[in-house]
Design a protein around this ligand. Structure first.
Ligand SMILES: Cc1ncc(COP(=O)(O)O)c(C=O)c1O
Length: 388
């Protein structure tokens, strides 16, 4: 069958193959420690579920306005006020079908065919595909532990090309969990805007950070950037498919046309459910989850280091450790398949996240409880002792 050329340029999400294989092994009765999937293992917080039940009982199952129900846009604005001390006009807040839809719509808004968008390598695997879908060009910038695996103003300056129109970053990032400091974020914005480009900041892992200082939002620095966020990670609502973006003033009518055409609206029940996401009772549950993630990180990083994995810096956010496996292998995919089939541990090969030294990396997600992570580490210890 004749398919559009772009279908050949889209790259698969390798982690899905590992998750699928893990599910099949579990169905055969194998116990698998699942450190591959990027979603919190906690059930959605009770008040959110109750709010959804109420919405269903009240028949709130119809299309909503394309940019989201006004109550939720206001609730998100209030959250920015409480959490960051920022006043954001709810008109600039657009509710989306997961942050995936936000990423796609921002690309729709900014990219013409052949335009380039700079992004880090390694980075979130879907980002290049949002760009390729528009026949535009993902432009990869290799990053490494010396710069916390993040783009800087200097890297942007040295990789900017004639067709580059913007930069996409995530802080904290997937797969590394590393953040961009406030100063670096400000310098990045200056560099991009001086070049007439746009900056997109994915803040989907905000809330899941473990340092003493809150991670800076680009909104504290400027109203001129595009911000992506989601109910998936901190709010624990992956399957509800709900996210949001904050866009610069004056673009709401344009994005409204994009949203109404491509999505009509985001899921209505999920939107009413999410109204409870900002209630103090919910936030206190989510903060307990965050504390639990921190404990897991504080166990996993030293445990992996002790086994010989390279983790140069303790990641400050998200729920990932991006570990250097060069001491064990030059082929991270074979390494991950071996860990899965022979030792019952699922993790994600670095090749899912780009090309730069990808074969020498594996991403471990600490989304399973601490006792399961301890079991996973013991199994990895065994695997490595057999190789040695
Ligand atoms: C950095 C990053 N951005 C965006 C997404 C998309 O998430 P969702 O569409 O569930 O909001 C993910 C999912 O893992 C992610 O890691």
């Amino acid at each position: 069958m004749r398919l559009a050329d772009r279908t050949r340029h889209l790259t698969p999400f390798k982690v899905v193959d590992f998750i699928q294989a893990a599910v099949e092994l579990q169905a055969q009765g194998r116990d698998i420690v699942r450190m591959a999937i990027g979603e919190p293992g906690f059930a959605t917080a009770g008040p959110i579920v109750e709010s959804a039940k109420q919405a269903l009982a009240e028949g709130k199952t119809f299309y909503t306005p394309p940019c989201g129900i006004p109550e939720l846009r206001q609730a998100i604005a209030d959250y920015y006020q409480q959490r960051y001390g920022l006043t954001i006009d709810p008109q600039r807040i657009i509710v989306t079908t997961g942050s995936s839809a936000a990423l796609g719509m921002i690309c729709d808004l900014l990219l013409n065919p052949s335009d380039g968008l700079l992004m880090s390598d390694p980075g979130y695997p879907c980002n290049p595909n949002f760009v390729r879908r528009l026949d535009a060009e993902p432009q990869f910038v290799p990053v490494d532990p010396s710069g916390n695996y993040q783009l800087t103003a200097e890297l942007v300056a040295s990789h900017w090309q004639d067709n580059t129109v913007g930069v996409m970053v995530a802080s904290p990032s997937n797969p590394t969990g590393e953040i961009i400091s406030r100063d670096n974020l400000a310098a990045l914005y200056r560099e991009v805007s001086d070049r007439g480009g746009n900056l997109i900041v994915d803040e989907i892992y905000h809330g899941l950070t473990y340092g003493n200082e809150p991670v800076a939002s680009i909104l504290e620095i400027t109203d001129g950037a595009f911000v992506v966020n989601s109910f998936s990670k901190y709010f624990g609502m992956t399957g509800w498919r709900l996210g949001w973006m904050v866009i610069p003033e004056g673009l709401t009518d344009t994005i409204n046309v994009v949203a109404q055409n491509f999505y009509i609206s985001s899921p209505s029940v999920a939107q009413y459910a999410a109204l409870a996401a900002f209630e103090p009772e919910t936030i206190s549950i989510l903060e307990q989850h965050r504390d639990e993630f921190k404990k897991r990180r504080d166990f996993l990083v030293p445990a992996l280091r002790e086994l010989g994995f390279g983790v140069s810096h303790v990641p400050e956010g998200a729920f990932y450790v991006y570990a250097d496996v060069q001491a064990f292998t030059d082929d991270c995919e074979a390494f991950c398949w071996h860990l899965l089939y022979e030792h019952g541990v699922a993790c994600t090969p670095g090749t899912d996240f780009g090309h730069h030294r990808a074969n020498h990396h594996v991403r471990f997600a600490y989304t399973e409880p601490l006792d399961r992570l301890k079991l996973g580490v013991e199994r990895i210890r065994q695997a490595l002792s057999q190789v040695a």
